[in-house]
Design a binder for this molecule. Structure first.
Ligand code: NAD
Ligand code: TYD
Length: 335
């Protein structure tokens, strides 16, 4: 019986990871989810597993040292997903990114060290490397984060590493590419564009739409994390990627085609300040250990689009109230 502390498990990837754990290990795992329920944390994301006896939800902040120290004793594995995660919001108001992504990670690392946890997984991101025009970043490449989001993630990434070197805390750092799938807060490219297109609303493309991201299905990301908990080496960094590089325009066209919506929904808007042109990670190190993604990109996209089609109750609730204010401010237009 392994006891996990998952932070940020009411958000997109964290909730998919908890769901993955219960599907795979059933009663052989216990999970505590520590989540502050920010705008991105959603109790609806926990409906699938909230009543399981092996699951406990603690509403709280990873920056709250007293709370974290209370939860940590008896935990075997910490997986730190909790973060402010949206680049555009980090440009408008970086404060919470610095607090949660850096200081919050520090609080978790300290408590994990004092309690001798068996494994600490720091969920970092491919964005810590910055943009790359040609080729792909290796784990040993220099970090050149360019947004307050990626810079704060880089801070936590290096802090986690320092706890391995200095205190021998069994840390593993993962740097994954862009995720897509069910339960993604509808402010990110794919979840926003799919839900806008379903409602025949315009799809705001930054700049010329030529920026490139590597997309991975969220359950492949979860599978890779689980694989690294078993097979990864402490103190190591692992890139995780789907091997599906697409321009934003290619993604937009795929969404419109799949939903049978007109190209006229595309709307070019001003570019994101400091917009990274391309992210690409070399995943050879992880592949050499024996892991590869299991989901084919187009099929996973079709399933994802179908999920948003079938679950409008989930995103329509979100895309009201404060979200409308955010949208108006971000895109200078009503949704
Ligand atoms: P998300 O924004 O959907 O979820 C973040 C969750 O963290 C929310 O439930 C929120 O309530 C919680 N949270 C925020 N601040 C908190 C705090 N101070 N204390 C406790 N909980 C707090 O994010 P996501 O897309 O699921 O990303 C999860 C992690 O994966 C992040 O660390 C992100 O940097 C990393 N990551 C994301 C992607 C991606 O494509 N989404 C890619 C690589 C890495
Ligand atoms: P996003 O989903 O915010 O992820 P990230 O910037 O962290 O990679 O954006 C993915 C790409 O889509 C990025 O190049 C910015 C672009 N984008 C748009 O063109 N329009 C939008 O409304 C959003 C949210 C993103």
């Amino acid at each position: 019986m392994k006891k996990y502390l998952v932070t940020g498990g009411a958000g997109f990837i964290g909730r998919n990871f908890i769901s993955y754990l219960f599907k795979k290990y059933d009663r052989a795992v216990k999970v505590i989810n520590l989540d502050k329920l920010t705008y991105a944390g959603n109790p609806d994301n926990m409906l699938e597993f909230k009543d399981r006896p092996e699951f406990e939800f603690v509403k709280g902040d990873i920056c709250d040292a007293a709370l974290v120290e209370k939860i940590m004793p008896g935990i075997d594995i910490v997986v730190n997903f909790a973060a402010e995660s949206h680049v555009d919001r980090s440009i408008g108001s970086p404060d919470d990114f610095i607090k949660t992504d850096i200081f919050g990670a520090f609080v978790l690392l300290e408590a994990a060290r004092k309690n001798n946890v068996e494994k600490f997984i720091q969920i970092s991101t491919d964005e810590v490397y910055g943009s790359i025009i040609k080729g792909s970043f290796k784990e040993t490449d220099t970090l050149e984060p360019s947004s307050p989001y990626s810079a704060s993630k880089a801070g936590a990434d290096r802090l986690a590493y320092s706890y391995f070197v200095t205190f021998q805390l069994p840390v593993i750092i993962t740097r994954c590419s862009n995720n897509f799938g069910p339960f993604q807060y509808p402010e990110k490219l794919i979840s926003l564009f799919v839900t806008n297109a379903i409602e025949n609303k315009t799809l705001p493309i930054y700049g010329k739409g030529e920026n490139v991201r590597d997309w991975i299905y969220v359950l492949d990301h979860c599978d890779a994390i689980d694989f690294l908990i078993q097979a990864g080496e402490n103190g190591q960094i692992y890139n995780i990627g789907g091997g599906n590089e697409r321009t934003n325009l290619e993604i937009t066209d795929l969404i419109l085609e799949t939903l049978n919506k007109p190209a006229g929904l595309k709307k070019y808007v001003g570019d994101r300040p400091g917009h990274d042109f391309r992210y690409s990670v070399d995943t050879e190190k992880l592949r050499r250990l024996g892991w590869t993604p299991k989901h084919e990109f187009t099929e996973a996209m079709e399933e994802t689009i179908e999920w948003y089609n079938q679950n409008s109750w989930w995103w329509k609730k979100i895309k009201s109230g404060d979200f409308l204010k955010y949208y108006k401010q971000q895109y200078q237009t009503e949704l």
